[in-house]
Structures are given as C-alpha cells and as structure tokens.
Design a protein around this ligand. Structure first.
Ligand SMILES: NC(=O)c1ccc[n+]([C@@H]2O[C@H](COP(=O)([O-])OP(=O)(O)OC[C@H]3O[C@@H](n4cnc5c(N)ncnc54)[C@H](O)[C@@H]3O)[C@@H](O)[C@H]2O)c1
Ligand SMILES: CC(C)[C@H](C(=O)O)[C@@H](O)C(=O)O
Ligand SMILES: [Mg+2]
Length: 384
C-alpha cells in the first residue's frame, strides 16, 4: 500500500459515516466492471457500517450519444459536489471518426483538467498469485512494487498550438506542443517526493533531457524541489527510452518513478505487464483540493466488451485507493485489497490472468465481482 495521502493534497474529506460518490461507468467494459465494483462496495458498507450514496453520471461515448458532449457540465457538477469519483473507462470504435471535440478521450481530458487532477498515481505491485500471468520470467517480476507518479494535466496532451494544417506545397502538417511550466513541474515533484518518502525513499525521474528543452527544465526543477524539500529522498534521473528497457530488464531497481503525462501513460501500461494484466492496474487522479477521480489504467477494451470477460479487479482496486486517499477509510481499503488476494488464492481467474494448466477456474466479470463481495462480507467484521 502506498501509505497515506500525499501532503500536496489539502482538501481531502475527513472520515464520515456517509459519503456522496459519483460513479462514471463510461463505455465498453465500463458498465460491466462498474456493476462488479458496486456489488463489492455494497458488501463493504454492510459489513463496516458506513454509507455510500452512489449516483451515476455520463462521460465519454455514452455522454456523446445522450447529450452530444463527452463531458457535460452536469457531470462536472456531479463530480465536484461529490466526496469522490469512481470512473471505469471511456472510448470505442464507434466514436473514433468523430471530430476531436466529440471524442470520448476529449471528455476524459476535460474532466482531468477542469477538476485540477494533476497527479496520477499508478501502482504496479506484483501479487505472488499472479507471477506466472506475466510474460516475463518469475525471478524478474517476483516482489516488484513500483509506483508511477504521472503528471496528468500538462505536456503534449494540452499544449497549444495544435492541429492539422496545410503547408505551402499543399501537404498536411500535424503538430502538438510539449509544454511544461516550472509551477507544473514543482507541484508534481512535490507529490512524487512525498510518495517516495512514504515508500522506500527512492525516486527516479524519467525524461528526455538529452534532446528536449522541456525535459531539461523538468530535470532541473525536479532536482531543485527534491534537493530542497526532500533531502532524505534518493533522486536519480533516467532517459525514457532506457527506462522503458530497464522496466523489463530488471524492474526491481525501481521504487517510485515520476514522469510527464505521455511518458507516464506509456510506462504505466508497460508496468502492467509486470503485474500480469492491464486489468489489474488501478490509479488515483488527485489535485490540490476537491474530490479525486479513481480510475483503472486500462481503456474500454472494446474487443471484449459486453461478453462478461473483463477483469473488474483494476476498478475494485481503484475503489480501494478511493477509500484510502479520499474517504479516510484506510482499514476498509485494506479489507478490499485483502479480499482481492483471497479470491486469487481461491483460484479464480478472469481470462486475462488465466494460464493454461494453472489449475485455476476461469470466471467472468460478474462472478469475479461476486466472489470479492462474498469474501468482503465474510471477513470484514472480523478485521475491523
Ligand atoms: N482511461 C481510459 O478510459 C482509457 C485508457 C486507455 C484507453 N482508452 C480508450 O479505450 C479504447 C480501447 O483502447 P485500447 O484497446 O488501446 O486499450 P485498452 O486498455 O482498452 O485494451 C488493451 C488490451 O487490454 C485488454 N484489457 C484492458 N482492460 C481489461 C480488463 N479490465 N480486463 C481484461 N482485459 C482488459 C483489452 O481487451 C485489450 O486487449 C480506446 O478508445 C482508447 O482511447 C481509455
Ligand atoms: C484515453 C486516453 C486519453 C488516456 C490517456 O492517455 O491519459 C488513457 O490512455 C489513460 O491512460 O488513462
Ligand atoms: Mg493509457
């Protein structure tokens, strides 16, 4: 577990008996995994004696279809007025040909930006039960526990100008702009320093400072913040191409990694294969104040949507991060994470983490969720 809430976060909710939670089921496998997460949360509330008032709002393709806007104002309002937000995933082939402002992904980026969610924590912790689900050798992945701190509201994702124009020869030119301001780098460096100091004190900052000016600024500012404010944190720097290789070669050299938006997007999907599946990787998107959004790292998996094949555990583990970071319910988060391990111990596997001849039982999304809920119902009162 990543320990307490990062210090950069000021506006977290204190422990209460009843919380307002906005659920964003989104697209593809989103609604299925949300049903599983809801059954688990309901079991947790019953056993631990607190209430979650759940309400659903539209985002992504579902919102485009309903109101022609991938992140409607009503959804922003439902998110900002809640104690916390749980999001499944967005996107799908159906909307891929839409103009940019009517793409599901635009809605997700608008949500992150308008809610000020500049820090995205993506833990990749290898569970013993799933070591053989990784495509890498057992000795490489056993015991891996990496936290990727990804900046989430800057970089080439948001830099202007951007677009597709035509040059003097009538040929098209596409461009985006990789921009980071000093202030943006300082605040993510602070979150990373704080996270690293609550883990084992090792922080690796990943950039491309050998080529990009924006990365040189990143390196300089991260160095200043960590040296001045986190003297006990052991900071190193690595170029992103090498980091991609080192993550596969010997991931145990890493503890906390901090990087920009696009490098973090790519490296966190890569880290999911250490754990065994993208379907296992949760995340927390948080800002200085206000509710966070807790979202798996994976997308809407259109290739398996609607078939009851999706792994709901990344969303369930995201709900555990929500309990820990936003709701001051660390014990309940522990119960949820322990229940996930218990169902894996029981030998239940969705298709993405099932190996041939592993002696485990192949289950669907609904059965996996129900199994976690049953474990929560059976164990929670004993542990609280
Ligand atoms: N945060 C998000 O909502 C988010 C993240 C990534 C991609 N997307 C969107 O999702 C759509 C599909 O993108 P993609 O295919 O590149 O990435 P993806 O993450 O949806 O899927 C990649 C692969 O992983 C598998 N997978 C992902 N989650 C799984 C789960 N929970 N259980 C089992 N298998 C799982 C998929 O079946 C697929 O084979 C696109 O529209 C993309 O923009 C959204
Ligand atoms: C869908 C896309 C905009 C998103 C991102 O790039 O941030 C996704 O890949 C993620 O990792 O959450
Ligand atoms: Mg991604």
């Amino acid at each position: 577990a990543p320990g307490g809430r990062p210090a950069a976060r000021l506006g977290a909710v204190s422990r209460k008996d009843s919380y307002d939670i906005t659920l964003l089921p989104g697209d593809g496998i989103g609604p299925e995994i949300m049903e599983s997460a809801k059954s688990v949360l309901s079991a947790l509330c019953d056993r631990c004696g607190f209430e979650l008032n759940l309400r659903e709002a539209l985002i992504g393709g579902a919102a485009i279809d309903a109101v022609n806007d991938p992140f409607p104002d009503a959804t922003l309002e439902a998110c900002q007025s809640a104690d916390s937000v749980l999001l499944s995933c967005i996107g799908g082939y159906k909307w891929d040909g839409n103009p940019r402002e009517l793409r599901p992904e635009t809605g997700l980026l608008k949500m992150r930006k308008s809610m000020g969610l500049f820090a995205n924590l993506r833990p990749a912790k290898v569970l013993d039960q799933l070591i053989d689900a990784s495509t890498l050798k057992r000795e490489v992945v056993e015991g891996v526990d990496v936290m990727v701190v990804r900046e989430l509201t800057g970089d080439v994702y948001f830099g202007a100008p951007k677009g597709i124009d035509t040059d003097a020869d009538g040929k098209r030119v596409g461009y985006n702009n990789m921009i980071y301001s000093e202030g943006e780098i300082e605040r993510i460096a602070r979150v990373a320093g704080d996270v690293a100091s609550k883990r084992n004190g090792k922080l690796c900052s990943v950039d491309k400072a050998n080529v990009l000016d924006v990365s040189q600024l990143w390196r300089d500012v991260v160095t200043d913040v960590i040296t001045d404010e986190f003297p006990d944190v052991d900071l190193s720097h690595m170029y992103v191409d090498n980091a991609a290789m080192q993550l596969i070669r010997w991931p145990k050299q890493f503890d906390t990694m901090v990087t920009g938006n696009i490098f973090g997007d790519i490296l966190s999907d890569e880290a999911s294969m250490l754990v065994g599946s993208l379907g296992m990787l949760p995340s927390a998107s948080i800002g200085e104040s206000g509710p966070g959004v807790f979202e798996p790292c994976h997308g809407s998996a259109p290739d398996i949507a609607g078939e009851d094949k999706a792994n709901p555990l990344a969303l369930i583990l995201s709900a555990a991060m929500m309990l820990r970071y936003d709701l001051a319910r660390g014990e309940e988060a522990d119960i949820l994470e322990a229940a996930v391990e218990t169902v894996l111990d029981q030998g239940l596997r969705t298709a993405d983490i099932k190996q041939e001849d592993d002696g485990c039982k192949l289950v669907g999304c609904i059965e996996m969720g129900k199994a976690v809920a049953d474990v929560v119902a059976a164990t929670a009162t004993v542990e609280v």
